[in-house]
Every structure is written in C-alpha cells, then in structure tokens.
Design a protein around this ligand. Structure first.
Ligand SMILES: Nc1nc2c(ncn2[C@@H]2O[C@H](COP(=O)(O)OP(=O)(O)OP(=O)(O)O)[C@@H](O)[C@H]2O)c(=O)[nH]1
Ligand SMILES: [Mg+2]
Length: 218
C-alpha cells in the first residue's frame, strides 16, 4: 500500500502571537485551557458540570462555533462569564482569534478560562492558541481507535478526558487499549475517564485541574 504524507503549514506568526499571549496569561495567573474534541463529545456538558462543582474558582468560557450561541447561553445561565465566538467558517481557533476573544470576555481576574474549540479532531490541533494547557475529550461512542486515526490531537494534549463513561456497557470501547494508545503518543499524559451525566470520575479531573492551576502559578 502506498501512503503519501502531505506537509502541514506552520505559521511562524501564529506561534509568536501564541507565545506572547501565554506570557501575558502567566503574568496574570490565569490558566487558559484549550478544549478540543469531535462535535458532540460532551464539551459543554462537562464544562457545565465543572462550573457547578468548583464554585470557589472563577471560571470563564469562550465558546467557538461556526454559528449559533446555544453553548454560551448554557454557560451564562450557570452564572459564569461566557462569550460566543463565531469563527467565520473556520474549523479552528488561532492565537490572534483567541487573544481577541479573551479581550472581549474580560479574562482579568479569572482563575481558569476554557476555550471550547470548534468540534473537530484535526484543525484545532494544528494551531497553538496560546493556551497554557491542551485538554482533549474522546467520548466512548466514538471508539477507542481514535488515537490511531488522529494522533496529532493526542500528541498535543496534556490530558485526555474519556467522556460518557456511563455509555461503556453499550459500546465496544476498550479503556485499557485506548489508554495505552494515548500513552504511546504522549507519554505521561493524564487519561481521565468521566461521566458528566453521573459524576463518575469528576473528582479526579477536578483535582487534576486544580493541580495544573497551582503549577501554572508557581
Ligand atoms: N450519556 C451521556 N451523555 C452525555 C454526557 N455528556 C454529554 N452527553 C450528551 O452528548 C450530547 C452532546 O453534548 P454536548 O455537551 O453538547 O457536546 P459538545 O461537545 O459541547 O458538542 P458541540 O459543541 O456541538 O461540539 C448531548 O446530548 C449530551 O446530553 C455523558 O457524560 N453521558
Ligand atoms: Mg458544545
């Protein structure tokens, strides 16, 4: 079988902007988390649960979508600071777009800011947004083979949330196989199975996020 590898475009200007944004956020003590996944993997549901479970943290959310404002409305209804970003048809956020969105959100004084990136396992992983932490979500119904098919997003992510754990009895999802596939791509990555519906595994994810925030500020 002949397989051809096509190069990806890396924009030096984007990387510069991303480094500058990260430096500013570090100074402010705000941890920006780039949340990436397929459409419908449970990003907004997970964020809603985190906001409710961690009322002591000031959390902001930037919802990036091609259209609509439904996700930002859901987050705002919980009392958190939220902004909806329309990407003008783009399938990802870059550093310039993220900096602009943060300005509109008013990121100052927040502990955690989540960027719910456009639902897509490919493009978002190719752009440094300036986030201090990349977190990807893979839901059980998507299958345990996704690390094999979309390696970049797993390589770029400090942690992987395996979501919709309550659906495990209905799918052939091998948690251990998935864990070792992720470990091969990003040794030491935190793999955190959760169900935002039942709350299973949320305590571990929340503890991990608190650790990451403390490390960001140290
Ligand atoms: N069973 C189960 N369903 C879930 C869970 N989390 C989310 N869902 C469902 O999955 C669907 C999509 O959830 P969302 O939170 O909107 O997913 P999303 O990733 O934000 O979707 P987009 O923003 O459209 O990419 C909804 O019907 C949720 O109710 C979970 O832990 N268990
Ligand atoms: Mg969403």
């Amino acid at each position: 079988m002949k397989i051809i590898e096509l190069g990806r475009t890396v924009t030096a200007a984007n990387d510069r902007e991303a480094r500058e944004l990260r430096r500013r956020l570090k100074e402010q003590g705000t941890l920006l988390i780039n949340l990436m996944s397929s459409p419908g993997s449970g990003k907004t549901t997970l964020l809603s649960r985190l906001i409710t479970d961690m009322p002591d943290l000031k959390i902001g959310v930037m919802e990036a979508d091609i259209d609509s404002a439904v996700d930002a409305e859901k987050i705002e209804a919980l009392g958190a600071r939220a902004i909806q970003v329309h990407t003008g048809g783009m399938c990802h956020m870059d550093a310039g777009m993220t900096a602009q969105a943060l300005e509109e959100l008013g990121g100052q004084g927040l502990d955690l800011v989540f960027l719910e990136n456009v639902g897509n396992l490919i493009c978002p992983a190719e752009y440094d947004t300036g986030a201090g932490l990349c977190l990807m979500i893979l839901s059980v119904p998507e299958g345990d083979d996704k690390p094999l098919k979309y390696p970049l997003i797993f390589r770029e992510s400090h942690g992987a949330v395996i979501s919709k754990l309550d659906a495990l009895p209905y799918f052939d999802f091998d948690l251990e196989k998935c864990r070792s596939r992720i470990e091969k791509l990003r040794p030491g990555a935190a793999v955190m199975p959760v169900s935002a519906k039942t709350g299973q595994g949320m305590d571990r994810l929340e503890a991990w996020l608190r650790q990451q925030l403390a490390a960001w500020r140290s």
